[in-house]
Write a protein that binds this ligand. Structure first.
Ligand SMILES: [Zn+2]
Length: 287
């Protein structure tokens, strides 16, 4: 870095080693034994990785859409000039990335799945579990992201935003108020909509990942509660909170809206987390 300052604005030192930073990772990669490995795997790309890369790029660029069927194996083998085995290896890579679904059999084929955040949530979840993050930490982060989002929505609101929120709110009421698991699922779409209304894709993707992790954890906690005969029921209160937020956004009171949403996020954390779940490390892998 020419400026002599690092990405966080701090002065660069002789050895910029910050624990867990990209710089540290970069330094580790230059160790000789890693170099040897890298030469094997990076400099000689396999045909299957190249094909997976090409198809992946077409999906990400939107040239292939959700539910599109890829050409038949015979056609692709011919087009890429590779063996059937290589093509299948490429398919396995894309299948593991959740970018295609393979249907076996005579009427089988590969269908395109567009990225929906589930894989991102899975990997971020594993990383958080590896780092020892607690579920409470995840809930707190959601509160910060969404409280900031609410403020942005109030400041830039228009009539269409309010209408979209009201629409989602009434769908929730019709769809799922009496069913805890379904309500939780659908209720996250209300949270997600708020963040989408900031028009920041980055914020929306991060919030989506956080909410998916929360949902995975919530599902296992709730399943246990239902098995024990206790059904969590904050649905009505939660639904009421959502309605009140719409009101505050419409009135343009950014401060009150933000405060209200922080309280809502905290109440939903309190209702969903036992004392144990708050402080224990996130467990997304299960047994
Ligand atoms: Zn909510």
């Amino acid at each position: 870095m020419k400026s002599g300052r690092n990405a966080l604005g701090g002065e660069m030192t002789e050895e910029p080693v910050v624990s867990g930073s990209f710089q540290e990772l970069a330094l580790k990669r230059t160790a000789p034994e890693i170099d040897d490995l890298a030469a094997d795997h990076v400099n000689v790309p396999k045909a299957a990785s190249v094909i997976a890369h090409k198809l992946r790029a077409q999906i990400i660029r939107g040239e292939l859409g959700e539910e599109d069927t890829l050409p038949s194996e015979a056609v692709l083998v011919d087009r890429f000039n590779v063996s059937r085995q290589t093509l299948r290896e490429a398919f396995r890579v894309l299948e593991s990335e959740n970018l295609i679904a393979i249907r076996r059999g005579s009427r089988g084929g590969a269908k395109v799945l567009v990225p929906d955040g589930e894989m991102a949530a899975l990997h971020v979840g594993f990383l958080l579990e590896f780092r020892g993050a607690t579920l409470l930490d995840v809930y707190n982060t959601r509160e910060m992201v969404e409280a900031g989002a609410v403020r942005m929505v109030v400041e830039n609101r228009d009539r269409a935003d309010i209408a979209a929120l009201r629409q989602r709110q009434s769908e929730l009421e019709d769809l799922s108020l009496p069913e805890p698991m379904r309500f939780a699922h659908n209720s996250l779409t209300f949270h997600q909509l708020i963040v989408e209304l900031t028009r920041s894709h980055t914020l929306a993707v991060f919030d989506g990942v956080i909410n998916r992790i929360i949902m995975h954890a919530y599902e296992s906690v709730t399943r246990e509660l239902i098995q024990k005969g206790t059904i969590p029921s904050r649905n009505a209160a939660s639904h009421h909170d959502h309605g009140e937020l719409i009101q505050l956004i419409e009135e343009g009171d950014a401060e009150a809206a933000e405060r209200h949403w922080r309280e809502h996020c905290r109440a939903s954390a309190d209702a969903s987390l036992s004392e144990d779940a708050r402080t224990s490390v996130l467990e997304l892998l299960g047994d």
